[in-house]
Design a protein around this ligand. Structure first.
Ligand SMILES: N[C@@H](CCC(=O)N[C@@H](CS)C(=O)NCC(=O)O)C(=O)O
Length: 215
């Protein structure tokens, strides 16, 4: 079977889909779409949303459906339990993450934003939700202080560097994808357990971190 995965480089949902291929060592073709390409995704799945997996001319949307589908191709690896503590932690950090991360993603040299029009499309759409990026960036110091506290709370929840709950579970997809986004933020203090988890999951899933673009 030939797998084509349509993604944006900035997108945490796309990271979830990329992770399963890396973790299972399955080859796939990565296709990065411009952020303002509406017709491509609409033709494939009827709406403008990535990631999309194309398998022999069929399309699968929804990151966790893609993860489940690829996991079912030969010996599944997502065998661990999920933890309500991780879900709650992710809920608490979500608003902070969006204010810190989205304005920084908008400035990064991703292929999603290779044209001025594609970057402007992202800025326009996201500022409608977050408010002006300049305002959010101005709040960085206070947001960082809160994030650093929350990362200290995350540290004792990490059981192993290759599986947050000790055995690979869907929590690892939700958690790593968010922490990989956070790596675009400069001056975050990662407790050692979190730093080790981040590095280890990046290596195992073959999804690079964003530290080289951190601001
Ligand atoms: N529930 C979907 C959410 C995917 C999603 O929201 N993707 C964003 C990119 S991060 C998207 O395509 N948004 C439309 C846009 O960028 O215009 C999933 O898990 O795959």
């Amino acid at each position: 079977m030939a797998f084509k995965l349509y993604i944006y480089e900035h997108c945490p949902f796309c990271v979830k889909a990329r992770m399963i291929f890396g973790l299972k060592n399955i080859d796939f073709e990565k296709i990065i779409l411009l952020n303002d390409n509406e017709s491509g995704p609409i033709r494939m799945i009827g709406k403008k949303m990535l990631p999309i997996l194309e398998v022999d001319g069929h399309f699968i949307a929804e990151s966790m459906d893609i993860v489940a589908y690829i996991d079912q191709q030969a010996a599944p690896i997502i065998t661990g339990r999920t933890s309500s503590k991780i879900a709650k932690w992710l809920e608490r950090v979500a608003p902070l993450f969006s204010s810190l991360i989205i304005p920084r993603m908008a400035c990064a040299p991703f292929k999603d934003f290779e044209t001025t029009a594609a970057r402007a499309y992202f800025v326009c759409k996201k500022e409608a939700a977050t408010g002006l990026f300049s305002h959010r960036l101005g709040e960085s110091a206070a947001l960082l202080e809160e994030i650093n506290k929350l990362l200290e709370e995350l540290a004792p929840l990490i059981e192993k560097s290759n599986a947050v709950n000790g055995e690979l579970s869907t929590d690892d997809f939700h958690l790593f994808s968010q922490l990989r986004s956070l790596s675009i933020v400069k001056d975050v203090f990662y407790p050692v357990e979190v730093a080790t988890y981040l590095q280890s999951m990046s290596k195992l899933s073959k999804v690079g971190l964003l530290d080289q673009f951190a601001v």
